[in-house]
Design a binder for this molecule. Structure first.
Ligand code: KDG
Ligand code: MG
Length: 402
């Protein structure tokens, strides 16, 4: 089964997506997600110019060998552009293998370890009252786990706070907008938000929160302590993810469970965090880690140390990435939770998929392969539109992590 064609499809059904479609001489084709929010064309160019020529004529069944060839063969390994490209190739090859053998990919990964995949949704509002109401709407839809983010008095455009839709889309068309930030103001509201949420909904729902890399380790330790009585499922990206050693300090101060890793690309980015058990959940998804092959290396390492997964699943990961994540989620023993931000109807129409939501769980379905397709005619109706994530500044104008 030789690869005869590999095509990069860029489309924008409400937001930009980069998809790689690989076809074999048997007529079987598979797809992978190569979207890197705000840097989409860098990955599209990397694929078109440097990867596609290497794929033609290769054995589509040799997934691990192709992964090693592209990872080590580039010499310039790791990094988000390289690894997003590799992720797309790898997902497409698993999709092809599943279709060729007539089984869903989770059967190739050892079969299901659970009946369905616990997911969390995103509730947000301009203030505590609105956010509490938004959490209630998610619970009414059947969610058992909800991430809550609230606006902060005195700050405009806070991360995670959208327009009250079921999807939150931070990327904006055109050049990047700028937001203003004060961690002190933020810390004034977050403990109160979770106190009110527990008072309103009790302890029979999982609550999560994303700090989005904005706190110093000692600020994060303060927040983690204040949140202990609210018993969060996790506090995510409490402090900048690239400082693995910061988590030693944070961990020694709080029993609030910690999650990190959506910006990581390999096991090397989280080896200290996992081996020292400084985190509870690793969030690096197949779309960032070099696909299913790459994320299995991280998940396997994490399993050894009792760290569970909680893959990133924001709207900038396409339904193709979600389908791939769900195949892994269903199969691995150390699955924890899956982030699930719903896509718009336009996006779902371009990427018809088999996965379904019921009572707070997703199931990847039993279709052969990943269980997702791309409607190329529909995709062609939505050409690429330049879009960026916002840039963040402190109140005095200093650039701060967004
Ligand atoms: O592209 C960036 C988003 O995916 C990110 O800001 C979303 O932090 C995020 C999350 O936890 O989903
Ligand atoms: Mg996050």
């Amino acid at each position: 089964m030789r690869i005869t064609e590999a095509e990069v499809i860029v489309c924008s059904p409400g937001r930009n997506f980069v998809t790689l479609k690989i076809t074999t001489d048997d007529g079987v084709s598979g797809i992978g997600d190569a979207t890197l929010n705000g840097r989409e064309l860098a990955v599209a160019g990397y694929l078109t110019e440097h990867i596609v020529p290497l794929l033609i004529g290769r054995d589509a069944a040799a997934i691990e060998d192709t992964w090693q060839y592209l990872y080590h063969g580039a010499y310039w390994r790791r990094g988000p552009v390289t690894m997003s490209a590799l992720s797309a190739v790898d997902m497409a090859l698993w999709d092809i293998k599943g279709k060729a053998l007539g089984v869903p990919v989770h059967q190739l990964l050892g079969g299901p370890s659970r009946e369905a995949v616990l997911v969390y949704g995103h509730a947000n509002g301009a203030d505590i009252e609105e956010t509490v109401a938004a959490v209630g709407r998610y619970l009414a839809m059947g969610y058992r786990a909800v991430r809550a983010q609230t606006g902060v008095p005195g700050l405009r455009g806070v991360y995670g706070v959208g327009r009250g839709e079921l999807y939150y889309e931070p990327a904006e068309k055109g050049l990047p907008s700028e937001e203003r930030w004060s961690t002190e103001k933020y810390l004034n509201v977050v403990p109160e938000l979770f106190r009110v949420l527990r008072e309103t909904y009790g302890h029979d729902v999982h609550l999560l929160h994303d700090g989005h890399h904005r706190m110093t380790p000692i600020q994060a330790a303060w927040l983690g302590q204040r949140l202990e009585d609210s018993r969060l499922f996790w506090l995510e990206d409490a402090t900048p993810a690239e400082h693995q050693q910061s988590f030693r300090q944070l961990r020694s101060h709080t029993t609030t469970p910690l999650a990190v890793g959506e910006i990581f690309n390999s096991v090397h980015d989280c080896s200290t965090l996992i081996a020292e058990q400084l985190i509870d959940y690793i969030r690096t998804p197949p779309a960032r880690a070099g696909g299913i092959t790459g994320v299995r290396k991280i998940a396997g390492f994490a399993e050894v140390y009792g760290v569970r997964t909680g893959f990133h699943g924001a709207t900038d990961l396409s339904p193709v990435a979600m389908a791939a994540a769900l195949q892994v989620d269903l199969a691995i023993p150390n699955f924890g939770i899956q982030e699930y931000m719903r896509h718009t109807a336009e996006t779902d129409a371009v990427f018809p998929h088999e996965y379904t939501f019921a009572e707070g769980f997703l199931h990847p379905g039993t279709a052969a392969g990943l269980g997702v397709e791309i409607d190329e005619e529909a995709a062609a109706r939505y050409p690429y539109e330049r879009a960026y994530l916002p840039v963040n500044r402190l109140e005095d104008g200093t650039v701060h992590p967004w």
